[in-house]
Design a protein around this ligand. Structure first.
Ligand code: 5AD
Ligand code: SF4
Length: 432
């Protein structure tokens, strides 16, 4: 039987979809297929911004005809949006053809829910308050040579704009022993890049093991592989972490450190618990210790009450913190969060004009930094073949994507590439 999974949102969700695939395989759906040929279609949704939700609503709605035509087709909706208060009811009301709704807290029960749905006619919805995320599902990985490994689930930070703590629950760290066993097994199976995942990896703790200690242990596993981690909250980013990064060549010197805003007034309203000055100090410390280190970030424009001056401080932070690249977002009010109730919501046209200028500033940094690679040799981990370009592609440690030609297949290999041309975040060159 065939399955099709549609994923929205972040890396965390992409990895969760790998776990969903693992569970579907256990439930007898052994073949991934296009939507039209699937026997089960699973939507792994995201609710972090309104447009992610609208996108999912649109895609689910579009299946009405297929569902009517195809007897036995199951439609399941999971992920953050399904877990959001009141959303399961809304989904059932709007799309009565949905068969199964499951949340982020009970992914591992998907096979049981499918089984129940085969017996019962009515929609199966199970969204426990109890959190059961931990390790119930073995991932069916499709990202070779990269492998994602969860180290924490949930978040305790309650940034005032963010719905994650409400849908994903309080932060929980996985046991260091289990994480290390998973990493060892992945390296032994031939994976060449391990990315440790958590909403805020820096607050990881299992007994005496904090994040720097865990990272040290992961990077001490034998074998040639790279280690990445995301996301780091600036308030918890420590000198000890920098020391561990410096100690291990395996750890990529690329730090994703979301700043969100460059204005102290807005940072306070966002409940981020650091100032622009403290952020810049941490960035400077990292660069003093590891001169080649690069920083990427997330930035939000149009937070309630953001003035032109506040925005200009975000704009100037791009240059001052010297971001290598950035994800930029227009603030999206999320029901249940503090910011959604704040006065001074910013009109959409204003936010659009701000984000356009911000993107231009970020692109300028990206271009400038990419140009510097021309003439140098980089080591990329080849991850795919781009059919359209007719070139192999792979990432270098600091996050740029390198494209090159090769007569032999080289996915999963470290390749030395001489850079001849740069375009945005992409570098083009020749295999050495
Ligand atoms: N509106 C816009 N962007 C948001 N993010 C989180 N919540 C919101 C929201 N309500 C952004 C933050 C975060 C990233 C994953 O998504 O920048 O770091
Ligand atoms: Fe949301 Fe803040 Fe937690 Fe990140 S740290 S998931 S932005 S609450």
């Amino acid at each position: 039987m065939n399955y099709h999974i549609v994923t929205y949102g972040c890396q965390m969700n992409v990895h969760e979809s790998e776990k969903i695939a693992g569970l579907l395989r256990r439930a007898g759906y052994t073949q991934e297929s296009p939507v039209e040929e699937a026997d089960i279609i699973v939507f792994n949704t995201c609710c972090i911004r309104e447009n992610a939700e609208n996108h999912a609503f649109g895609n689910i709605g579009a299946l009405k005809k297929l569902k009517r035509r195809k007897k036995g087709l199951l439609i399941a909706v999971g992920g953050c949006m399904a877990q959001e208060a009141g959303k399961a009811e809304l989904l059932i009301k709007k799309f009565p053809f949905i068969d199964i709704i499951f949340g982020t807290h009970n992914v591992a029960q998907l096979p049981a829910l499918i089984e129940r749905k085969r017996r019962e006619r009515k929609v199966v919805s199970l969204l426990p308050d109890r959190e059961e995320t931990e390790d119930g599902a073995e991932a069916y990985r499709t990202s070779y040579p990269n492998a994602w490994v969860n180290i924490t689930y949930g978040c305790n930070n309650f940034c005032s704009y963010c719905i994650v703590p409400y849908v994903r629950g309080r932060e929980k760290s996985r046991s260091a022993q289990r994480i290390l066993a998973e990493v060892r097994a992945l390296v032994q199976a031939g994976y060449k890049e391990i990315t440790l995942l958590g909403q805020n990896v820096n607050s990881y703790r299992d007994g005496d093991t904090d994040f720097p200690a865990l990272l040290d242990a992961v990077a001490s596993v034998e074998g040639k592989f790279r280690v990445r981690f995301m996301t780091s909250h600036p308030k918890d980013f420590s000198e000890r972490l920098v020391a561990v990064m410096k100690k291990h060549e395996k750890i990529c010197n690329l730090l994703h450190l979301p700043a969100q805003s460059g204005s102290d007034r807005i940072l306070t309203l966002m409940n981020r618990r650091y100032t622009r000055g403290q952020y810049l100090e941490k960035a400077a410390y990292l660069r003093r210790e590891i001169p080649e280190a690069q920083i990427t970030t997330d930035l939000i424009v149009g937070f309630p009450t953001e003035t032109e001056e506040d925005f200009e401080e975000t704009l100037s932070l791009v240059k001052e913190a010297d971001f290598s690249s950035a994800f930029t977002f227009i603030y999206s009010p999320r029901t249940g969060t503090k910011a959604a109730l704040m006065e001074g919501q910013i009109p959409e046209e204003v936010s659009k004009w701000r984000i356009a200028r911000l993107i231009e500033a970020v692109n300028e940094n990206t271009r400038r930094k990419s140009e510097r690679y021309v003439g140098s040799t980089i080591e990329v981990l080849c991850e795919d073949f781009d059919e359209k370009k007719g070139l192999y592609l792979g990432r270098e440690p600091l996050g740029r994507m390198g494209y090159f030609a090769s007569d032999e297949p080289c996915v999963g290999e470290f390749v030395r590439m001489r850079v001849t041309r740069a375009n945005g975040v992409s570098l083009y060159g020749e295999k050495e």
